[in-house]
Design a binder for this molecule. Structure first.
Ligand code: ADP
Ligand code: MG
Length: 250
């Protein structure tokens, strides 16, 4: 579902990604950990067409991100095509980014109706199923400001799922939450993993990585330092940088 080959990204002279290689299979949950500034968010943003890769190749679902192949010619995607591609990938951020002036239900059906042209009745039916799935059936009429951070984040997950994404990206989805609200969000993500969603999750929740992750990647300074089975990497990290990082977060 995701295949990165020597992915590079720089901002001016600042090299942020210095050759990322990794593969995420369909149905796999990959957890990415690493210190602040190591390029985790930048990498997710490249997958989701929010940044352009400067070197190497990045494929999502077999297609080169940002390009389209016709015969033996390769074209850069136009903005409208990028929007369509982006709508196939769900992204959940640290901040929930819900539309404050819309009810929970309207937040969820906005893109399916506005972008995909779904009928409102069908989108609403689906939205209510998704709200049920994240444990918020009773909140359809609420406004974001009336919800806890954890509830808002679960609405954000339901909203992303409403577009039927083939891949879900999570960028520190629980980092902005009060500790007692983290569990409900992780539970919703765990359920999603169980249902077979392909997920790339940047998080400091090591318990989630151990329990739910199929693979764990430790990034530092724009490279993948170490990766493997989460249980094995966490129990027996091979690199000094991984050991140093884990000793701080465990
Ligand atoms: P992480 O998510 O691992 O904390 P980021 O991907 O957010 O790391 O950032 C990696 C580095 O790239 C940081 O040094 C950050 O300052 C820099 N960076 C990120 N976005 C930009 C940008 N739009 N312009 C310039 N530098 C950026
Ligand atoms: Mg980040």
């Amino acid at each position: 579902m995701v295949h990165a080959e020597g992915v590079h990204k720089h901002y001016g002279l600042v090299k942020v990604l210095k050759g990322i290689d990794l593969k995420v299979a369909a149905g796999e949950v990959m957890v990415i950990i690493g210190p602040s500034g190591s390029g985790k968010s930048t990498f997710l943003r490249c997958i989701n067409h929010l940044e352009k890769v400067d070197g190497g190749r990045l494929f999502v679902d077999g297609e080169l991100v940002g390009y389209r192949q016709r015969g033996d010619k390769i074209y850069e995607l136009k903005d409208a095509e990028i929007c369509r591609k982006r709508s196939e990938i769900g992204m959940v951020f640290q901040r929930f980014n819900l539309f404050p002036h819309m009810s929970v239900l309207d937040n969820i059906i906005e893109a399916p109706v506005g972008v995909r042209g779904q009928k409102k009745a069908a989108a609403t039916k689906r939205a209510l199923e998704l709200l049920d799935r994240v444990g918020l059936s009773d909140k359809r009429a609420a406004y974001p400001s009336q919800l806890s951070g954890g509830q808002q984040q679960r609405v954000a997950i339901a909203r992303a799922l409403a577009m039927e994404p083939k891949l879900m990206l999570f960028d520190e989805p629980t980092s902005a939450l009060d500790p007692e609200l983290v569990g409900d969000v992780l539970d919703a993500m765990k359920q999603l993993a169980k249902d077979g969603m392909t997920m790339v999750v940047v998080t400091h929740e090591i318990g989630f990585a151990r329990e739910v992750g199929d693979s764990l990647v430790f990034m530092d300074a724009g490279v993948v330092v170490e990766s493997g089975n989460p249980r094995e990497v966490l129990a027996n990290p091979q690199h000094e940088r991984t050991k140093a990082f884990l000793s701080k977060v465990l």
